[in-house]
Design a protein around this ligand. Sequence first.
Ligand SMILES: [Zn+2]
Ligand SMILES: [Zn+2]
Length: 245
Amino acid sequence: MLFQIPKWLRRTGDAVLNLVYPPHCAICLCKTQAGEHLCAACRKDAPVVRAPFCATCSSPFSGQIDGPFICPNCRERHLHFACAVVCYQSRGAVRDLVHRFKYNGKVYLRNVLIDWLAETLNDPRLQAPVCDRIVPVPLHSTRERERGFNQARVLAEGLTGRSGIPLADCLKRIRYTTTQTIFDREERMENLRGAFQMRQSADVHDLHLLLIDDVLTTGSTVDECARVLREAGAASVRVATVARA
Ligand SMILES: [Zn+2]
Ligand SMILES: [Zn+2]
């Protein structure tokens, strides 16, 4: 039988831990409830993507538009995903937390990011047809070893926990691509060609997939993943991310 820590000791332990390391907001450092990493004020300050925005890539439009519209960027491309849904802009607190989570190994911040990601499930574009599987954008194994985790998989697992939609970790990244930030869109597409492959025995035939990444930038990475998934027989691919650049 496993040794059980008595309740009184566990409670004392938590209380002592909270004294030594009181729960605080990751942004403004104010005191928060146990288990909360963001205070209500900072949560309210997170930059939301507000309508009007592109029905395909959720890029906000600053002018006056009535009804649904597709941005010029999406109109001139042949995209392999149906839409990319995202509720927050990668600015201020949102960009800061994503950065700390991804590059500084602050994995405990995932719950805030998963909250923001899970808000996309309220969007009508993700409600019909129902998503059958959640698929994380893969990292190359070398990159994953360097970082210690794949941020997209951590987020996808969290979303599976919140939604009950099963996870299908069905893609792998077979090419170690150099960092994309210095490239324009054409160069990114070129750089990504052949970077992804289906895992052996993965079956996505006739399934509606929800592809997960941390931040949507040009959409080239998710589009290349979507291309591979559609080629493998997926009925549709939609995308959800925590934020958009
Ligand atoms: Zn705060
Ligand atoms: Zn668009």
